[in-house]
Design a protein around this ligand. Structure first.
Ligand SMILES: NC(=O)C1=CN([C@@H]2O[C@H](COP(=O)(O)OP(=O)(O)OC[C@H]3O[C@@H](n4cnc5c(N)ncnc54)[C@H](OP(=O)(O)O)[C@@H]3O)[C@@H](O)[C@H]2O)[C@@H](O)CC1
Ligand SMILES: [K+]
Length: 510
């Protein structure tokens, strides 16, 4: 698997383990890193008149000295602008000593038209906001519209969380090593990286396997093995049954979008659970999706007992308030009433089901912590996240990744923290960052569809973390491929070619 995302600490551990295992040493890794960057510069900018390599005092700068040596040796006009000097006897000092070019101080950095910048100021070791000469260099490169090739990360972008510290370069290409880092995928960092090139510098898969990595780039590699494909003798109820709660007569559309998405994602049966006064409106719009009255917890219990649903969606269009809390708690506590044959595999709480607990989130968290509670997946956007986890949301020291993890642990739920850089986190600390989205997905009802896909996959027996990851990826992929003009109604149909490819690529079916 190469979808692991390494924190700066994990990357430095990978570095250490590789050197300890031999035969590659520190300068060997640095040489390969510099060679990979120089190769990208030569390949992408063959007409560059002048390459300016900005070198910091650490190993990121060390990579820069290697790049400068190779470019100069290839006949490219190259200037090094250095900030500080490498620590004596460090790998960076050795790389600087092997480079025949005399560095100029970064304070004087200037460049003419047609120049390229290689940003090797700070990478994994960024420890404070960019200021002084480094900040001025960012401004100069930006003002002159110079193409920037970043080494490992654009300087100023945190590798751990994607935050911009003070200022950051906006690169056309970022060459990183061994594995991507969370900061390459989380916003705003992702927007500063340009195209990301992953270079092999000799840190083997075996080394990565020795780390206990818990952060991944979301994609089929993470969950395809588990993706549900109906057996030859599939019966509709063996493919799972999803219940979706509808709002009142003037708020039924969200539930139907969710229901349709659950059906398209492969659930064998889907029922919209409607208040009595909205039955007619729902009936007028449903065909293959079933309809049943659910006005209170007695109705819910009867439905569970008779129809054995395996997953529910609560929230889209449902309304905020006491009734929503009651329904949510009835679902969360339904487990102890039943034997295992009628156990619910999972619940998806979205929108109003989240907001309804803003005054007393602990009531929900407590219920989801009970031993018989069904697995819970929550899908908050920024506003909903802040309602349920105000202290976590307001903690400026935490990245989106850290916030999602903290929320998942507190709520004992899979938290799908939505946005252009959706993070999916599990209570055990596993997390995935999604990067295949597109702005077309920011449209009314899009989240209702996502909830339905999660429930559809849960109902088919997919483990909750993987169900949530797969749903986010499929939803994003469908939206990205559809492109301009997308509305939420299009998404269930737009999923079909994506699902087809997943099924055709399923390892067991090949
Ligand atoms: N690990 C690996 O496998 C491999 C890693 N490799 C490369 O090493 C890079 C990591 O190197 P690194 O750890 O030396 O950190 P790096 O980014 O050079 O910065 C540290 C220096 O900068 C300083 N400093 C930081 N922020 C600052 C600021 N805002 N303003 C001013 N100063 C600031 C900081 O100062 P301090 O925090 O100590 O005060 C320290 O002196 C990695 O990104 C990759 O390119 C490759 O060679 C191949 C193998
Ligand atoms: K850099």
């Amino acid at each position: 698997m190469s979808n692991e995302l390494l924190s700066p600490a994990e990357m430095s551990e990978a570095d250490r383990l590789t050197i300890a295992a031999g035969p590659t040493d520190g300068i060997g890794l640095m040489r390969r890193a510099g060679e990979a960057v120089a190769a990208e510069v030569l390949k992408r900018y063959p007409a560059a008149t002048h390459v300016h390599v900005l070198c910091g005092p650490g190993n990121n700068g060390g990579d820069g000295y290697v790049v400068a040596r190779i470019l100069a040796g290839s006949g490219v006009v190259t200037t090094i602008w250095a900030s500080g000097t490498p620590r004596p006897e460090s790998d960076a000092a050795l790389a600087a000593a092997l480079c025949p070019l005399k560095p100029r101080p970064l304070s004087g950095f200037d460049a003419g038209a047609g120049s390229i910048v290689v940003d090797a100021l700070y990478g994994a070791g960024l420890s404070k906001p960019l200021s002084g000469d480094a900040a001025k260099a960012v401004d100069t490169a930006t003002a002159l519209h110079l193409p920037v090739v970043a080494v490992d990360l654009p300087s100023g972008v945190s590798g751990a969380g994607g935050e911009i510290m003070g200022r950051a370069f906006r690169a056309e290409v970022t060459v990183t090593f061994a594995r991507k880092k969370p900061g390459h995928l989380l916003l705003p960092g992702r927007g500063q990286c340009g195209e990301i090139v992953l270079a092999d510098i000799g840190i083997g898969d075996g080394i990565i396997a020795q780390l206990t990595v818990s952060t991944f780039e979301n994609g089929p590699d993470l969950w395809l093995q588990e993706f549900p494909v109906p057996a030859v003798d599939a019966h509709k109820y063996k493919r799972g049954h999803v219940g979706v709660f509808s709002g009142g007569p003037s708020a039924t559309g969200a539930a139907r979008l969710s229901a349709l998405a659950a059906a398209r994602s492969g659930a064998g049966a889907v029922t919209v659970l409607s208040p009595a006064n909205a039955m007619q409106v729902n009936a007028a719009h449903l065909t293959s999706v079933m309809l049943r009255k659910a006005d209170d917890s007695v109705d819910i219990d009867a439905f569970i007992g008779e129809r054995r649903p395996s997953a529910f969606v609560l929230g889209p269009g449902f309304g905020v308030g006491e009734r929503t809390r009651k329904f949510a708690l009835a679902l969360l506590t339904s487990g102890h009433l039943r034997d295992t044959s009628t156990r619910i595999d999972g619940l998806v709480f979205d929108a109003d089901a989240i907001t309804s607990f803003r005054e007393a989130p602990d009531v929900m968290f407590e219920a989801s912590r009970q031993p018989n509670a069904p697995a819970l997946v929550m899908t908050p956007h920024d506003g909903e996240f802040a309602r349920l986890f105000p202290d976590i949301a307001g903690d400026e020291t935490l990245s989106k990744l850290a916030k999602a993890r903290a929320a998942a642990a507190r709520a004992n739920a899979i938290v799908v923290y939505k946005g252009a850089d959706t993070v999916i986190a599990a209570p055990n600390g596993r997390a995935a960052i999604n990067a295949n989205g597109a702005p077309w997905l920011a449209t009314a009802g899009s989240g209702d569809v996502l909830s339905g896909i999660v429930a559809g996959l849960l109902a088919q027996g997919m483990a909750p973390f993987h169900a949530a990851c797969a749903a986010v990826w499929i939803h994003a992929e469908a939206g990205r491929r559809f492109g301009p003009g997308l509305i939420a109604e299009d998404l269930p149909m737009a999923m079909v070619p994506v699902l087809r490819e997943l099924v055709e690529n399923q390892p067991d079916l090949r």
